[in-house]
Design a protein around this ligand. Structure first.
Ligand SMILES: NC(=O)c1ccc[n+]([C@@H]2O[C@H](COP(=O)([O-])OP(=O)(O)OC[C@H]3O[C@@H](n4cnc5c(N)ncnc54)[C@H](O)[C@@H]3O)[C@@H](O)[C@H]2O)c1
Length: 299
């Protein structure tokens, strides 16, 4: 059943739909508006940039679509060049992100990869260093996947390992390889999830990786905060992206909402990635921003 509300309005519910993994934004209905934010009357307006990332260079994994795409575009609007990594099946989405970033007047480098292989994480950093002339100011660890399983007896050992290989190990590899290139003022931002805080049972493996990301963020921050490099996380609630029709059941999509009465837009999460990369958050490190539509969680 389609909602008669617009996607920025309270009471909006996305229509049930499915896509094969990894999911493409070009097939998402309705398409998110990656450079617009909701207004109080349920409409949307263009994000207002203020030169907060002028001249910065950012790596964004999973930057082809969803939260990663919106982050790439907002970073470009704030004056940064971006290097985005994505799976080869997502080339069309990546091409569109490049077009949208370039329309904001900044450079967008494309890098197809599978981040589960640590050698690929090393190649990604080497190529970004080369393209950016040795300067890396921001790493956005954003790529992830999930698959719903209701009961631990049906959650295979292989799925458990693959989810950890996809969602948390690359965050470590990329941070390890990129940090030698970072200078004071640089920032690493990891995408976690509300599920780390509420303990979602039908995404047990995913939820566990997101908890690991929160703890990784805290430990890495404590390792680097005295060196002038900040490490933070964002923990989104439900956000309308291709991951959802690619991985969630009919019932889960029907319940895909928040206390604000709608799922978030990717742009509403991307603003947190702007804040945590910019000097506006200069005294914040080791923390998590809960952009989740108003669910109060601890930690
Ligand atoms: N959409 C939500 O409701 C929601 C909620 C909480 C957290 N998140 C997090 O937001 C982040 C971005 O997801 P999204 O919702 O924007 O969906 P998305 O599908 O647009 O982005 C996920 C991206 O991860 C990348 N990816 C997955 N496996 C990969 C691999 N093996 N190698 C390289 N890249 C790979 C793909 O490029 C893909 O585009 C994820 O970390 C996700 O866990 C999403």
């Amino acid at each position: 059943m389609s909602s008669d509300k617009g996607q920025f309005q309270q009471g909006y519910q996305p229509e049930v739909q499915h896509q094969p993994l990894p999911g493409l934004e070009k097939n998402l209905s309705p398409a998110p508006q990656p450079d617009h934010l909701p207004t109080p009357d349920g409409k949307a307006e263009l994000y207002k940039a203020a030169g907060k990332l002028e001249g910065k260079k950012a790596i964004i994994t999973g930057g082809d679509s969803g939260i990663g795409r919106s982050t790439a575009i907002l970073y470009a609007m704030e004056g940064a060049d971006v290097f985005i990594a994505y799976l080869k099946e997502e080339q069309e989405d990546a091409d569109e992100t490049k077009r949208l970033v370039e329309a904001k007047g900044r450079k967008c480098y494309l890098h197809t990869t599978d981040l589960r292989d640590r050698a690929n994480c090393k190649k990604l950093v080497d190529e970004a260093v080369e393209k950016f002339g040795g300067q890396i100011d921001i790493l956005v660890n954003n790529a992830a996947s999930q698959m719903m399983v209701n009961d631990i007896k049906d959650l295979t050992e292989d799925q458990w390992i693959d989810t950890f290989n996809t969602n948390i190990h690359p965050y470590f590899y990329l941070a390890k390889y990129v940090l030698p290139h970072m200078k004071p003022g640089a920032s690493i931002i990891n995408n976690a999830s509300i599920n780390a805080y509420i303990g979602r049972p039908d995404l047990l493996d995913y939820t566990s990786t997101k908890g690991a990301i929160v703890s990784f963020t805290r430990g890495l921050s404590n390792m680097f905060v005295s060196k002038g490099i900040r490490v933070n996380a964002v923990a989104p609630g439900p956000v309308w992206t291709p991951l959802i029709p690619a991985t969630m059941t009919d019932d889960a999509i029907k319940q895909f909402t928040s206390p604000m009465g709608r799922p978030s837009q990717p742009s509403e999460i991307a603003t947190c990635f702007v804040f945590l990369a910019s000097p506006d958050s200069s005294s914040i490190s080791g923390q998590t921003i809960h952009a989740n539509g108003g669910v109060v969680v601890n930690g």
